[in-house]
Design a protein around this ligand. Structure first.
Ligand SMILES: [Ca+2]
Length: 233
């Protein structure tokens, strides 16, 4: 952060502190709020599809060959396997029934007008069972590297949350994937997912940028980002 930026941001922080305003960092993505089938693949930076390798659960699986689903009937993305699988909808996803390809929703930094951000992001959320008929695992990968992978116990819907809270470095074009694997068989594998991706600012400027986020709140999701980027220029 430059000196002029710090001075401006500091004055902003003081002004907002006086006004009692406090806001979180910039929200880049929200898996549920950003979901759409009517706006096409890539809307708000999200694509919905599969990894073309079966039943990846070990933590050593390949995360390459992400393929977006081709159609979206009835408000879910459909990957062409049997029994309407793989499927991805606003609050959950189901792996492919026959191939056992994991269902994956992918957020790509800077895709389709998403923020052109470099730095740390915090990925917070949880997986949870939506159908006690089958067990699954939920995973998160960033740029093809698996950073979270855990069983999702039955008990739904909704089952007990399997939370994750990850801090990773990204650049424009980085991919952040949220996936559900079949664990050997796919019947009854509907699994819930909720997650947000927010910018994360290391100390000592986190307080200042929190205040900037508050100043920018009225500008909307991407407007907030653009104001913060301008301040950091
Ligand atoms: Ca299963």
């Amino acid at each position: 952060m430059t000196r002029s930026c710090c001075l401006f941001a500091a004055s902003t922080a003081i002004a907002l502190a006086t006004a009692g305003v406090a806001h979180a960092q910039v929200v880049l993505a929200d898996t549920q709020a950003d979901f759409s089938t009517t706006n096409g693949q890539g809307y708000r930076g999200f694509q919905y599809g599969v990894y073309t390798a079966p039943d990846v659960t070990s933590g050593t699986f390949s995360t390459q060959n992400f393929v977006p689903a081709g159609t979206a009937p009835n408000d879910y993305w459909y990957g062409g396997d049997s029994f309407n699988t793989p499927a991805l909808w606003a609050v959950g996803q189901h792996p492919a029934f026959s191939t056992l390809f994991p269902a994956v929703r992918r957020y790509t930094l800077a895709m389709n007008g998403e923020p052109n951000y470099s730095g740390l992001v915090r990925i917070q959320g949880s997986f949870f069972d939506l159908d006690p008929g089958g067990d699954t695992s939920g995973f998160v990968t960033v740029n093809g590297v698996n950073v979270f992978n855990a069983p999702v116990p039955n008990g739904g819907p909704p089952g007990p949350p399997v939370p994750f809270d990850l801090l990773v470095a990204v650049t424009p074009g980085s991919t952040i994937d949220f996936g559900v694997t079949a664990n050997g068989s796919a019947p009854g594998d509907s699994t819930g997912i909720t997650a947000t991706i927010t910018t994360a600012v290391p100390e000592p400027c986190s307080l200042i940028l929190t205040a900037i986020g508050g100043l920018a709140a009225a500008f909307g999701r991407h407007g907030r980002w653009q104001l913060q980027r301008w301040l950091l220029a």
